[in-house]
Design a protein. Structure first.
Ligand SMILES: Cc1cc2nc3c(=O)[nH]c(=O)nc-3n(C[C@H](O)[C@H](O)[C@H](O)COP(=O)(O)OP(=O)(O)OC[C@H]3O[C@@H](n4cnc5c(N)ncnc54)[C@H](O)[C@@H]3O)c2cc1C
Length: 411
């Protein structure tokens, strides 16, 4: 059979273990934080326990201390972890660290891996990624931050960055800067490893966003920093992946990150729908349970459809990744779909909870304000739809049908 949705037993076992981990350890630990227990204590306890069970860095190869999961098993794991904001953190699989660790693994020198990657893999340090500037975001080739060579031993960076997630929690930053303005557009930029804190990389503020924040947000990496880069001296040995390769490495990193967000969205939407269903089966209005109203059942059905489509997309992409197939079109389609999907499901869950959904007594309000960013990060909707649309036209021109750009090559 060409298409087989049977998941290998080993992957099923891992998913089951992670599901139990999230339900029995991470979600209850959220209450410890709410009760005021120190974050470091709660996360430290969780990480120790997770690691002892072999639940650590799911996507990192075993020889580097991770679980060595392939794309399918990792997708299944991430689709569980996103149910709790402590899920990914507890297994050292949180963004933006995870994708950045992969970049270091793929492009770092032995020295860089030893000095910078090892403590990240051990969960002793955090890392952030500084690409976006006020000057340029969706079109990152508009970045203005410059890196000038200082002899052969160092580079000096000047410019600005903003929306560097987790910068205030990070010990290391990957900073992109223009090294050669005369090179072809995508070869003008390089990536530098910067140790923090650093007087040349000055965090001006954590940008106030629409997201509901708690005191913990910034410690956990939920904050997004504006940064002034002034005479930031970086040793030449901290250049990552060679001069002119910054942009390609960034794209490599974003490709993984986009999928991980989507996988966490499935988990979050699933928990929101579970909460909504629990609520409507308990709540009575006008003499009837909410769950007995057809209108309410339709709302639940629409959420179920969204989740089903989301899961199928991710499984198909994981399948393509397992086979080493080109998945760029599906990645862009799914990136946009999954950001809207989670928004619709969480919005419905808020609606069905009534005023309780609007309050901060459930996590729904916080999720709702956080997930709005997903239509912007890692490429806004319009840029992905632009790419997808162009591929639709290309497919038609080549084959006389758009099917190969719409999942049609599945059949
Ligand atoms: C919560 C959050 C976290 C982030 N974390 C990081 C991080 O850790 N590191 C980092 O480097 N960056 C980060 N970013 C930045 C993010 O990657 C950028 O916001 C994103 O790339 C969009 O860039 P921009 O905000 O400059 O929008 P712009 O480039 O100014 O675009 C504005 C709008 O114009 C439209 N648009 C743009 N281009 C096109 C087009 N070709 N066709 C049609 N419409 C178009 C889109 O609607 C887009 O939203 C983060 C952003 C947010 C909101």
């Amino acid at each position: 059979m060409a298409i087989d949705f049977e998941i290998p037993q080993e992957a099923k076992n891992i998913r089951e273990k992670v599901r139990r981990w999230v339900q029995e350890e991470c979600i209850p630990a959220e209450d410890r934080l709410k009760a005021g227990e120190p974050y470091k204590q709660v996360l430290g306890d969780l990480r120790k326990k997770a690691r002892a069970q072999g639940l650590w860095c799911p996507f990192i190869p075993k020889e580097h201390g991770g679980m060595g999961l392939g794309p399918l098993a990792n997708a299944l794991v991430q689709m569980e972890l996103g149910q709790s904001h402590l899920g990914a953190l507890s297994m050292n699989s949180q963004g933006p660290d995870d994708a950045t660790m992969l970049t270091l693994l793929a492009h770092g020198t032995e020295h860089q891996k030893e000095k910078f990657l090892k403590p990240l893999l051990n969960g002793e340090k955090r890392i952030c990624y500084s690409m976006t500037e006020k000057a340029a975001g969706a079109d990152a080739t508009g970045m203005q931050t410059r890196a000038e060579k200082k002899g052969n031993s160092a580079y000096v960076l000047n410019g600005e960055k903003w929306f560097s997630s987790a910068a205030t929690a990070a010990d290391i930053a990957l900073v992109m800067a223009k090294t050669n303005p005369d090179a072809p557009r995508h070869q003008q930029f390089s990536t530098f490893i910067v140790e923090l804190p650093n007087p040349g990389y000055r965090i001006k503020r954590n940008i106030k966003t629409m997201a509901v924040e708690s005191e913990l947000s910034h410690i956990m990496g939920g904050g997004h920093a504006e940064i002034e880069i002034a005479d930031l001296e970086v040793p030449a040995e901290n250049l990552l992946g060679g001069e002119g390769n910054g942009f390609n490495m960034g794209q490599h990193r974003l490709a993984y990150g986009r999928l991980r967000h989507g996988m966490h969205n499935v988990a979050m939407a699933q928990r929101a729908l579970d909460m909504a269903t629990k609520h409507v089966t308990a709540r009575t209005t006008f003499g009837k349970k909410l769950s007995e109203r057809q209108g309410v059942q339709w709302m639940l059905a629409d959420c179920a459809s969204e989740l089903y489509m989301a899961r199928l997309m991710l499984l198909h992409i994981a399948y393509k990744a397992e086979k080493g197939m080109d998945l760029r079109q599906e990645n862009s389609i799914a990136k946009v779909f999954l950001a809207h999907m989670v928004h619709k499901v969480v919005d419905t869950a808020i609606q069905l909870h009534g005023a309780l959904g609007y309050s901060q007594d459930t996590p729904l309000a916080s999720w709702y304000t956080h997930i709005r960013s997903q239509r912007l990060v890692d490429g806004p909707d319009e840029v992905h739809r632009w790419t997808v649309g162009r591929n639709v036209i290309k497919a038609y021109e080549k084959f006389g049908t758009t099917a190969s750009a719409t999942g049609g090559d599945l059949l």
